[in-house]
Structure formats: C-alpha cells, structure tokens
Write a protein that binds this ligand. Structure first.
Ligand code: SF4
Ligand code: SF4
Length: 87
C-alpha cells in the first residue's frame, strides 16, 4: 500500500522535499516540472510514513485505503505516472 495524491493538488511542491525516500514527482530536475498540474507518488517506493500528509495545504494526500470514493482512481493515476520511467 502507499499514499496517493488526488485531485485537490495545486502543485505547490510542499510535499516534495519532505519525503524521505524522494518518491514524489515531478522534482525540480524533471522535464515536466514547470507545467505539472499535479504531483504523483510512486507506490513502489513510498514507505507510508505520512510526512507528506502533514504539509499539504489542500489535503490532497491520502493513504490508498482511505481515498474518497470519487478519487479512488487516483491510485492508478499515480502509478501510471511512473510506468516506463524506471523509478
Ligand atoms: S507517505 Fe512518506 S514516503 Fe510516502 S510519499 Fe508521503 S512522505 Fe513520501
Ligand atoms: S503538498 Fe499537496 S498540493 Fe502541494 S504538491 Fe504536494 S500534494 Fe500537491
């Protein structure tokens, strides 16, 4: 299981630096950093520490098991962001 970023994300990058395993993208060095509409959590790397939840100003981050029904598909949206990136 992992944490998931859902629709409310405003891409303010507050969560990126706090993540102890650097699993939130895009990061400053990534090509899609400048025009990202939301950020994503790599579910294969996230260790479920919960640190990102505390810093998100819009409550966009949930444990996968606790995603509101209307945003449940964001678990797959987050996962798909990393497909083929070798991360
Ligand atoms: S729960 Fe922890 S490891 Fe997972 S994305 Fe948030 S800060 Fe990173
Ligand atoms: S802290 Fe919240 S709003 Fe900001 S980038 Fe992370 S998930 Fe998106």
């Amino acid at each position: 299981m992992a944490h998931v970023i859902a629709a409310p994300c405003v891409a303010d990058y507050s969560c990126v630096e706090i993540c102890p395993v650097n699993c939130i993208s895009p990061r400053a060095a990534d090509r899609d950093f400048d025009d990202a509409e939301q950020l994503y959590i790599n579910p294969d790397v996230c260790i479920d520490c919960g640190a990102c939840v505390e810093v998100c100003p819009v409550l966009a981050i949930f444990e996968a098991d606790c995603l509101p029904e209307k945003w449940r598909h964001y678990a797959q949206v987050n996962r798909e962001h990393f497909l083929g990136k070798g991360e």
